[in-house]
Design a binder for this molecule. Structure first.
Ligand code: ATP
Ligand code: MG
Length: 419
């Protein structure tokens, strides 16, 4: 096994102690004082080397989770698939993971591998070198020692980062089979960090994409949300489609995923703008857009058969979610929000009177109105409605009353309600 490494001294790279959160430093300092090894590992050294602000700081150590708990009163042990310690400082949580080994199921501890080579539990402790090479990508395997400022590199991750290269550690096919979620992670890092994939890392994805079928739906949702809420949703979506991963997540949901309806593109782009502006985004809104073309088509059939629009949308929404969220576990709270947004749409068609006025104060008005704006491209009627509801909100209260309670005539005749 390979355990040679390269050391990049402070001064030859841009990661400094002052970039690391105080809490993470407390953890590494105390572990080292107690005689253990402790590094900042994973995403933080990678992001700092790229000049990106890290989301959080993870610590790697040779202390066992129990030993970590012994050193920190504010530590809690968590996880089954991957047991680790969480050390809490106010609102910040530092994840402290004991070095993992790479050996087979016969190692010390608890490691369990399925028939296809998929890792379902990974609690075999190992050496520092083993911990580095069991990680997914070379750029994620760097270890920064805040005491000396040295970066330890077992996988040539430092060079790969310089060349902006995303490369799986070890034999690509085995690493994807061991954990197919790494394919989604590859797409996420490539998109978020503007990296180029190494040929082996890239080439195998479309071929191995069907392996995602074996991943628990809750884990797929987590990974998907990280991809879509990281500020590059539109690029991320296109990469998923391009690498044949999208159809594994939502088979048959969109008719032409490589050329989705404008509304979907808009929803992704709006999400990205919001994320970049630091405004909150909710997956419920995004799912409302992604599922809309299908829900709309099905609801329209029922409406043509005489069902009232709100009911038709509720029923179609329920059914489409049931059918198309088998692979990715969409939380109830997201699907509920999506349904509320859809069912609001026909209600925008009533522009006048008390009921129209009341819409403005409803809890879902904002999200539903934002959705109506997305629909404005769908047809002339939706555009007119969007314009009207925009105007109603922009004017002063008196003009608003006049518009809604009708001292002046509505500019367009009412049409039959249609989603
Ligand atoms: P970010 O937190 O910015 O999303 P990250 O690289 O920190 O990115 P995490 O999911 O927090 O991602 O994982 C922390 C580290 O754990 C990774 O950098 C990688 O070294 C390792 N890791 C995470 N998931 C896997 C995996 N599926 N297989 C192997 N190693 C993994
Ligand atoms: Mg992280």
């Amino acid at each position: 096994m390979k355990d040679s490494f390269q050391e990049i001294p402070s001064g030859e790279h841009r990661v400094e102690r002052k970039h690391i959160s105080q809490s993470a430093l407390k953890v590494t300092d105390r572990l080292q004082q107690a005689g253990f090894k402790a590094y900042i590992v994973g995403g933080a050294p990678r992001d700092l080397l790229l000049g990106v602000e890290p989301k959080d700081f993870d610590v790697g150590t040779d202390a066992t989770p129990e030993q970590v708990r012994g050193l920190f009163r504010n530590a809690r042990l968590i996880g089954r698939r991957f047991r680790l310690a969480h050390v809490r400082f106010g609102r910040e949580i530092i994840e402290v993971a004991t070095f993992r080994g790479t050996g087979g199921a016969d190692g010390e501890g608890d490691r369990s591998v399925e028939d296809g080579g998929r890792l379902v539990r990974d609690n075999v402790f190992g050496s520092e070198a083993e911990d580095a090479i069991r990680r997914d990508f070379t750029i994620n395997a760097l270890m920064f020692d805040p005491a000396s400022g040295i970066i330890r590199d077992y996988t040539n991750g430092f060079d790969d980062l310089k060349r902006r290269r995303l490369r799986l550690i070890g034999e690509a096919e085995a690493r994807y089979r061991e954990d197919p979620v790494r394919m989604l992670r590859a797409v996420r890092f490539k998109t978020k960090l503007d990296l180029e994939m190494d040929p082996d890392t890239e080439r195998l994805i479309p071929e191995l994409a069907p392996l995602l079928a074996d991943i628990p739906p809750a884990r797929l949702l987590d990974e998907l949300l990280k991809l879509l809420l990281g500020g590059r949703a539109w690029d991320g979506y296109n990469a998923l489609v391009g690498y044949d991963l999208w159809e594994e997540l939502f088979p048959g949901l969109l008719e032409t995923p490589e050329n989705p309806p404008t509304l979907i593109r808009q929803a992704f782009e709006n999400t990205d703008e919001r994320v970049r502006a630091g405004r909150p985004v909710t997956p419920g809104f995004l799912f409302a857009a992604l599922f809309w073309p299908r829900v709309k088509a099905e609801a329209e059939r029922c409406i043509d058969n005489g069902q009232p629009p709100v009911e038709a949308l509720a029923a179609a929404g329920e059914e489409v979610f049931a059918r198309h969220s088998a692979r990715v576990a969409i939380h109830r709270r997201f699907s509920t929000m999506a349904k509320e947004i859809w069912m609001f749409q026909p209600r925008f068609e009533r522009r006048r009177g008390k009921r129209a006025m009341r819409l403005l104060g409803e809890r879902r008005f904002r999200a539903a109105y934002d959705f109506l704006l997305l629909r404005a491209d769908e047809n002339e009627q939706a555009r007119e409605l969007a314009d009207w509801w925009t105007r109603v909100q922009e004017v002063d209260p008196e003009t608003r009353s006049a518009l809604i309670f009708g001292q002046q005539k509505s500019r367009t005749p009412r049409k039959r309600p249609h989603p």
